[in-house]
Design a protein around this ligand. Structure first.
Ligand code: ZN
Length: 395
């Protein structure tokens, strides 16, 4: 009897082993440069990439208010004053991301063929915060990307001031991060310093003036770990398109990321919270929300929140141990208001971030347009008047 059990268990392991090692067929994007893969720096970056993805898998699957995965904030105000929440693993796009993360983590050697440090990446420039980061962290030093310090030095005004603060204080900012208490895998910059230092950062809003908030334009950057544009670029697994875009975002203290929306669904897990009285706040509502003034002629609508009455009801706190996980469905209008700084050290709203359908339709983030005040200049604030014109997607 004992022997039979032993055989059974051994057989089981064998089956498990063979299914994990042969089941997943990875197809990489066409532009993977594997020439740097065998360097020691690439190995370090790859290991920290896998840990990051493992942490994201835990975020998406560990029970936290739902049988599987987190109970996410879907809308901060559903039109009747309530917060709308839902279990994200009920959504098919999230299920696919989880499935693909599991396949990567079960088949790291096969997935590694799609890993590229982006040392020689020329689709667009990717940045490291500063020369100091390059001289402190081996992988960032070896990659030798251009710096955000140089980039922002060529800008001016409030954007430059915010951008140079972000670049200079990058490390004190990102290391203020911590995971929510219920999660075990630490994927903050404290645990994965080489990844946070060396991943390619993008100052997304510096080149466009649509955000109409100069300080925000300088004080925002994001990075892709796994995506069609990130370090790990897997086109498909077992013939299934890989839509996961997984990375991180930084939004400097005292900046407003204006109301915006996009086709791909999106999730955030904040890693920072101010330690004084103020809070990082965010807003999310569906495009057809009764909070907005809808046009009778087209799909456009006006956002015109009253500072005293609407804003306290629309925006809620975002912090690792408060409303931590948020998920935005397609075209959900969302905005982030990063709190003023508390002490001497600059701070920011730092988040784990992801999108789920990065290979479908248009990926562009569309910012609602500030409507110019007569005689005044345009500056996007939570209570400014905005016009949004979302696309009615067929799927
Ligand atoms: Zn978004």
């Amino acid at each position: 009897m004992k022997k039979q059990i032993k055989y059974y268990v051994a057989g089981c392991h064998l089956l498990l082993f063979s299914s994990l090692s042969t089941a997943a067929e990875f197809v990489c994007d066409d532009n993977i440069d594997t020439t740097t893969q065998n360097t020691k720096e690439s190995q370090i970056l790859w290991q920290q990439t896998l840990t990051y993805l493992s942490g994201v898998k835990e975020i998406l699957t560990k029970s936290h208010g739902c049988d599987v995965g987190p109970l996410a904030v879907i809308q901060t105000n559903d039109g009747s004053g309530d917060i709308a929440r839902d279990c994200v693993t009920d959504y098919q796009d999230v299920q696919e991301v989880i499935k693909h993360l599991k396949q990567v983590l079960a088949n790291p050697d096969a997935a590694k063929a799609c890993f590229d440090t982006q040392k020689n990446y020329d689709d667009f420039p990717l940045y490291t915060a500063s020369e100091k980061i390059k001289s402190t962290y081996d992988v960032a030093g070896w990659l030798d990307r251009p710096t955000l310090t140089e980039f922002y030095s060529k800008t001016s005004g409030d954007m430059q001031e915010a951008g140079l603060t972000l670049a200079k204080a990058f490390w004190p900012i990102v290391t203020q991060s911590h995971m929510p208490d219920y999660l075990e895998t630490d994927i903050t910059a404290n645990a994965l310093p080489e990844l946070w230092a060396a991943v390619g950062w993008l100052p997304l809003y510096a080149d466009g003036d649509k955000a109409h908030n100069e300080r925000f334009r300088g004080g925002y950057a994001y990075a892709d770990v796994m995506s069609p544009w990130g370090l790990l670029r897997i086109k498909s697994i077992d013939g299934e398109s890989v839509g996961a875009e997984i990375g991180m975002t930084i939004q400097l203290q005292d900046t407003f990321y204006p109301y915006h929306f996009h086709h791909p669904q999106e999730f955030y897990l904040p890693l920072t919270a101010p330690e004084c009285g103020t809070e990082n706040l965010f807003f999310a509502a569906h495009a057809d929300s009764t909070l907005f003034e809808h046009s009778s002629e087209d799909n456009s609508f006006i956002i015109d929140a009253d500072k005293a009455t609407d804003l306290p009801a629309w925006f809620i706190q975002k912090s690792p141990n408060g409303n931590n996980f948020t998920y935005f469905e397609r075209n959900t209008v969302h905005a982030f208001n990063a709190a003023k700084r508390c002490g001497e050290t600059p701070s920011a709203l730092v988040s784990v971030w992801g999108r789920t359908t990065s290979r479908n339709n248009d990926q562009t983030t569309l910012v609602c347009e500030v409507i110019e005040q007569q005689g005044g200049s345009r500056n996007a604030e939570p209570h400014s008047r905005f016009r949004c014109t979302p696309t009615q997607w067929e799927y």
